[in-house]
Each structure stands twice: as C-alpha cells, then as structure tokens.
Write a protein that binds this ligand. Sequence first.
Ligand code: YSA
Length: 352
Amino acid sequence: MVKIDLKNLKVEARKEIKKTDNLKDLDEIFKKYLGKKGEITRIFNSLKKLSPKERKKLGEGANLVKREVEEMTKERAKELQEELRKQKIEKEKIDVTRPGKKLEIGHLHPLTLVQREVEEIFQSMGFSVIIGPEIETEWYNFDALNIPKDHPARDMWDTFWLRNNQKIPNPKSQIPNKSQILNFKSQKLLLRTHTSPLQVRYMEKHQPPLRIIVPGRCFRHEATDASHEIQFYQLEGLVVDKDISGANFKAIIEEFLKRFFKTDIEIRLRPSFFPFTEPSFEIDIRRKKGKWVETMGAGMVHPKVFEAAGLNPKNWQGFAFGAGLDRLAMLKYKINDIRLFYSSDLRFLKQF
Ligand code: YSA
C-alpha cells in the first residue's frame, strides 16, 4: 500500500490557501485538492482497493482533511470577499466636503441689467413703461416730429430705409386702426432712428396728464467708433401736463442719475437743436472729473408735435428726453468701447 501523508497534505493546503490573494486562485487550489481529479478526491477513489481496516482508517483521516480544507477555503473566501468590498468602497468613496463643479449658467446682458434698473427707478417716480415697433413709418419717425421731407434736419439721423411693400408693423400692444393701416401702406418704412416716434403714437391714444418712458433699440446708418454703434438702445421719456417746465425736467433727471449711479455725478446742459423740442438741449454727464459724455437730448415738447398727436398745444406743456442706454451703461461700468456690448465676447460678458 502507498503511504499517504495526510498531515503533510493538510499543511500544504493550508499554506497555499493562506498565501492566495484572489478568489480565482482560491478556486483553483480548492479544485487541486477537492476537484474531480483533486488530491483528496483521488484518496477517496482509492479506498475501494484497500482492506476494510485500512479503508476505515484512511477514510476517516481523508474526511477530516477534506472538511478542514473546505473550512479553510470558506474562511479565506470570506476574507478575500471582505477585502474586495473594502477596496470597492475605497474606490467609490465620495468626499462630500470637496467643492462641487461649478455649472455654467447664463445671465443677463449688461444692457438688459441697465434697462431693468432704469425702468425700476422711473416706475418708482410714477412713469409707465411703453414699448413700440422697431420698424417705423416715415410719418412717425420724422414728419410727426416736425421733420418734414427734404428738411436738412433729417441728416441728423442717418437712416436704414426698408424696401417698399414690407409687412405693416403690428405689435400686439399697438394694433393700428384702419386709417393708420392705409397710412402705413402709403408710407416709406425704416428702422427707427430714435424712440421719439413713441411720443406721438402714445399721445394719439392717451389723454394727458401722462408720464412715460420708452426703452428700445434704434438703428443708424453711420460709421461705428468707440461711442457709436449702428444699433444701440435709447430711453425716451415724456411728461405732459398743464404746467410743466424745464425745472421739472432737471429735477427728475438729476434724481434719476443720482439713483442710477449711486454716487455724485456732474451734469451739463448745453443749448441744442431738435425740430421736435423748443427750447432744446443736450445733456452731458461726467463722473469724478472724468471726460464729459454726451448722454441725452431733451427739451420742451414742440407745439407741432402736440398737433400731430391731435392735442391742442395751448392746453398742454411737456418735456421729453432721449437718453442713450449704452452710454449710461458705459459710464456706470466704466466701459470705454460701446462695441463690446455687441461683440458676444464671453470674457467681457462674464464680468456682469
Ligand atoms: C431729444 C429731444 C426730445 O424731446 C426727445 C428725444 C430727444 C433725443 C433725440 N430723439 C435723439 O435721438 N437725439 S440724439 O441723436 O442726440 O441721440 C440721443 C442719445 O442717443 C445720444 O445722446 C446718445 O447717448 C445716443 N446715441 C445716439 N446715436 C448713437 C447713440 N448711442 C450709441 N450709438 C449711436 N450711434
């Protein structure tokens, strides 16, 4: 009979099982001893050739070793699984104290911010915010404002004319009546060069006393530079009542500028000329002794404008102004080139 050293077999198996560091190898070791052709299985298979006495002795010993190898394998498998679990947890661990990734969210354009702030200030002073069409007729943009055809004053506004037969501008807030539609059809159309047409449009439909502002985009066919764009934003203001003077204008505009810039600014009124105001002036602004910036045109509403809107100039007085929103924004944020507003340059826009 072949002498089988069960003790040594057990020692060997234990060594191998302890040494292994992964479940796959452990499985191989198990098969090496207890698989179909495993060393312990082979002992069991050989038992039938032995005498009953030897069979009993070896059988019992082999059974013992078998149970121990099974036990050791189970134990080691548990340990390895636990190690794996720990490694996985370590890998998946989230440090909740780490600062998160910043999501890029959009924000408002500086000109929108300025427009909203300006609207709020004027609303708090009792003004209503009105909007109107960017495509305008020659009548509202010029004639109704006392700028007849062939009048040299038209040269003040270099105009983008539209080809005839354009659709009639029809913003929901200002649905034109039949006579206006007929008027539109016979009118040349243009991109409005200022927000002043809204003075007449509004007074046609609303009886004074009234206080409105009109923020909106304007267009001029002119060369661009650091303070001029072909498209820009204006803020029209109009106040009409029985007894309105230039002093009212000055008080309101000073109050607005104080609240808008939140710091002391200087304003300078220069005599000027607009066909739709008499007298007319231009307002320059500067901060901290800096450069004067021409910011708005203004004046007392001309009698012809009241007449064009169907109001009797003998009954009403008013002042109006047209400020450049871009210029106000430039002064507020110390921006030295208006073109930056329209450049879509994120390095610039992200600062607001
Ligand atoms: C005057 C009297 C009133 O009773 C009412 C309104 C006005 C203003 C008049 N409608 C007008 O457009 N005057 S203006 O040609 O001098 O422009 C007014 C302001 O718009 C300027 O002071 C400037 O701030 C801005 N502006 C004009 N052209 C611009 C411009 N801003 C940027 N780019 C341009 N090309």
